[in-house]
Ligand binder design. Sequence first.
Ligand SMILES: [Zn+2]
Length: 112
Amino acid sequence: MLGQKKRLEEERRKNLNQIEDLKKNDPFADPDHASDNAAVDTDVREQVGHDTIEAEIKDLQKRATEIDNALKKINKNLYGYCERCKKSIPQARLKLIPEASFCIDCEKRLRK
Ligand SMILES: [Zn+2]
């Protein structure tokens, strides 16, 4: 399971970098934004850009929580077990989604 821990830590780092990058690209992050007297269409574009970035950051933060959760489980030797039915999650699935908390069956049931 050592490989998975490394992978999760790597994913977490990438995830944080992505969040930082998105924050930099947020038009609202520009200190001149409020005072630039931009045309209305520019303001609208900035608003849309801001909303899109906010949504993307939210998704990334959700994933960050899942990765943190998986890392905690590695430390407690609970990693790789489904949180719902407690069966072990197949390696193939963990390779694809290292932060997976549920086996495929439970995941499907929970999504319904
Ligand atoms: Zn399960």
